[in-house]
Design a protein around this ligand. Structure first.
Ligand SMILES: N[C@@H](CCC(=O)N[C@@H](CS)C(=O)NCC(=O)O)C(=O)O
Length: 211
């Protein structure tokens, strides 16, 4: 299998964690800086985004669709709960990540280099991150993972995003720490002990310059 990815991409991190948890071997083809406009990559993935998985002749984009594909194609070990309600809950948490928290984190990341950071007009965007984190805190009760003893696709979604929440909230002058997100912090403490998560976080930190 080939995974087109970027080490600092939180959506790519989710897929890598799922691949590692399932013990699936994969390569990470090198991507140029301009990959999103490269005709070769666009021919593979017209959206021009990573992650993109190539499994034999089958290619697939969108992190959540990829991990759901992996779960069906390679069911062991299971990364979705055994009950209908548990699977729905895992998907809700993954969807919350992909549609709300993840994009807000991306926006704050890019704002650090495009001149928006620190402006009064941008302050509501920083507050929006704080609000989304508070909302998530109210939705989880880690024990030790987001859905209990089983590490699920929901858990795969958040490790690098959690790292970014600490990093970016501080860089934007509104540091979020374990005091304001105790449940997430407790979850991260357990999740980050898994070799899959450690490996992906280490690669991301190296790409970010040791952060
Ligand atoms: N919803 C997509 C988001 C993917 C995404 O935004 N990827 C970013 C990197 S984190 C990307 O490829 N950006 C390149 C670009 O848009 O030019 C997913 O879950 O896979």
């Amino acid at each position: 299998m080939q995974l087109f990815q970027l080490p600092h991409s939180h959506y790519s991190a989710k897929v890598k964690i799922a691949l590692l948890e399932k013990g699936l071997a994969y390569d990470e083809p090198a991507l140029g800086d301009d990959f999103a406009r490269s005709p070769e990559f666009l021919a593979r993935n017209p959206l021009g985004k990573v992650p993109f998985l190539q499994d034999g002749a089958f290619g697939l984009g969108e992190s959540e669709v990829i991990v759901e594909y992996l779960e069906e194609r390679y069911p062991e070990p299971a990364l979705l709960p055994p009950t209908v309600e548990g699977r729905a809950r895992s998907r809700w948490l993954s969807r919350f990540h992909d549609l709300y928290l993840g994009p807000q984190v991306s926006m704050l990341y890019f704002a650090l280099s495009d001149g928006r950071a620190g402006t009064a007009a941008f302050a509501p965007e920083v507050q929006r991150l704080v609000d989304l984190v508070a909302l998530l805190e109210g939705q989880i009760a880690p024990d030790p993972y987001l859905l209990g003893a089983q590490f699920t696709l929901a858990d795969a979604s958040y490790p690098l995003t959690y790292h970014y929440i600490g990093l970016l909230s501080g860089a934007h002058g509104r540091p979020l720490t374990a005091v304001e997100m105790p449940r997430l912090a407790r979850w991260f403490d357990a999740a980050s002990r898994r070799p899959s998560v450690t490996k992906v976080l280490d690669a991301a930190k190296a790409a970010l310059g040791g952060g």
